[in-house]
Design a protein around this ligand. Structure first.
Ligand code: AMP
Ligand code: ZN
Length: 136
């Protein structure tokens, strides 16, 4: 994974504005933040995306996210936090090293991070439910 920018950040071979680090994870400021205080959590080991992440790392990472989110809430006084995680180019993933975005939200911050819901067809919903359930 010689070319992966987040592997380099994980190792400390390129600088980052780190707020937390341990042997498995690094948490640092997003260089092009959506809002003030936007942080990223990465595992130090390279995983391309959510499909590759092992259960133990995923569990520890989300546990760390709860701790960082509380720290951000207390330090920044934000009204809320969006937890965002993109997988695949079509979903907006630009860096192919798993990362979790913690994006603080403020009144009138000019961001729109929610999806546009649409009415569902009950038959289609049931068909999709069965398809996904079968695949678990
Ligand atoms: P994504 O679009 O989900 O892949 O998010 C990648 C994020 O990484 C973007 O929000 C970028 O601003 C951020 N990013 C890219 N390079 C760096 C870097 N060197 N330091 C900090 N954040 C970065
Ligand atoms: Zn990497």
């Amino acid at each position: 994974m010689g070319d992966c920018i987040f592997c380099k950040i994980a190792k400390g071979s390129i600088p980052s504005k780190t707020i937390y680090e341990d042997s498995h994870f690094r948490v640092f400021m997003d260089v092009n933040p959506a809002t003030d205080g936007h942080c990223l959590i990465i595992p130090k080991e390279h995983f391309d995306n959510i499909y590759d992440l092992d259960a133990e790392t995923a569990g520890k990472l989300f546990s760390l996210a709860t701790c960082i989110a509380r720290a951000m809430r207390d330090a920044l006084g934000c009204g809320g936090i969006n937890v965002v995680q993109n997988n695949g180019e079509i979903a907006g993933q630009t860096v192919k090293h798993f990362h979790l975005h913690l994006i603080p939200r403020y009144e009138n911050d000019g961001q729109y991070l929610l999806w546009k819901p649409h009415e569902s067809d009950p038959d289609k919903l049931e068909e999709l439910r069965k398809k996904i359930k079968k695949s678990i």
